[in-house]
Design a protein around this ligand. Structure first.
Ligand code: SAM
Length: 256
């Protein structure tokens, strides 16, 4: 079966890498697991062999037919759908997920990760992503990779890069390096979650501008938030973004 570029198909072909990933996933002894994009089942077969109740979401009809046949005697659930349209909150209620895993298709990794954060931020995740995305996800304030994705994801998770995977471990070979990451949920206090996302988005839309300029449509008490309004967004910690959200009112709410 030929790999389809439009579905970001780069199948893992090195059993040692697969084994290393499986070990990291099974470390916490999960009973219920969700896999994004099982592909030809490189990871899935180990989860099923280990007796983990596995639910997988796959978009490619040819692979769905292939997997259904391959694992016909196994007890698992395959959802034939675009993961970006699946209600993950509802799925988690039904399945009581212990972990979510995937060698993510590169073309949807960022929207998927934001969806994961928005819908099931209490579930640990282990993902193979482009190295460049892993660097952005785990970046510290002040670094060139620090941006909206770093802040949004780190507000919900501690993100650790576990190991890098070179292109020759995939079929077909991608152009870039990949990195296996672990997202561990944490509970960072957030009083006004609805303002956090727009504040982070607006701040990084104008990376070179001072906060008082880029956030002029929010009524922010910078003094109470203890953040200097002349700073630029890439210098702020996650905690400082949270403080901004907690000491702000949208201008349009005030006018109403
Ligand atoms: N897990 C397999 C492996 O490691 O060899 C395949 C990984 S491959 C990088 C990505 C997989 O995600 C493919 O099977 C692809 O068809 C599937 N996929 C791509 N876009 C998807 C989407 N929007 N929803 C669900 N699955 C998707």
């Amino acid at each position: 079966m030929r790999a389809k570029k439009r579905f970001g198909q780069n199948f893992l072909k090195n059993p040692n890498i697969v084994q290393e990933m499986i070990q990291s996933v099974l470390e916490s002894k999960p009973e219920s697991l969700l896999e994004i994009g099982p592909g030809r089942g490189a990871l899935t077969s180990s989860f099923l062999d280990a007796g983990v109740h596995t639910t997988a979401i796959e978009i490619d009809r040819d692979l769905i037919a292939y997997l259904t046949k391959k694992f016909q005697n196994k007890s698992w659930d395959l959802i034939a759908q675009d993961v970006l349209t699946v209600d993950l909150t509802q799925l988690n209620h039904a399945k009581k997920l212990d972990v979510i895993v995937g060698n993510l298709p590169y073309n949807i990794s960022t929207p998927f990760l934001i969806k994961y954060r928005d819908e099931i931020p209490t579930v640990p995740g282990l993902f193979l992503v482009q190295k460049e995305v892993a660097l952005r996800l785990s970046a510290d304030p002040g670094s060139k990779d620090y941006g909206r994705l770093s802040v949004m994801m780190q507000q919900s998770f501690d993100i650790k890069m576990l190991f890098h995977v070179a292109p020759e471990n995939f079929d077909p070979q991608p152009q870039v390096q990949s990195t296996f990451i672990r997202c561990t949920p944490h509970d960072r206090h957030l009083i006004l979650p609805e303002l956090f996302e727009p504040i982070v988005r607006e701040s990084f839309c104008h990376r070179r501008k001072m906060l008082k300029k880029s956030l002029s449509t929010f009524n922010i008490d910078f003094l109470k938030a203890n953040v200097d309004p002349t700073r630029r967004p890439e210098t702020l910690s996650i905690k400082e973004f949270i403080e901004l959200a907690n000491h702000s009112v949208r201008q349009d709410n005030l006018d109403a």
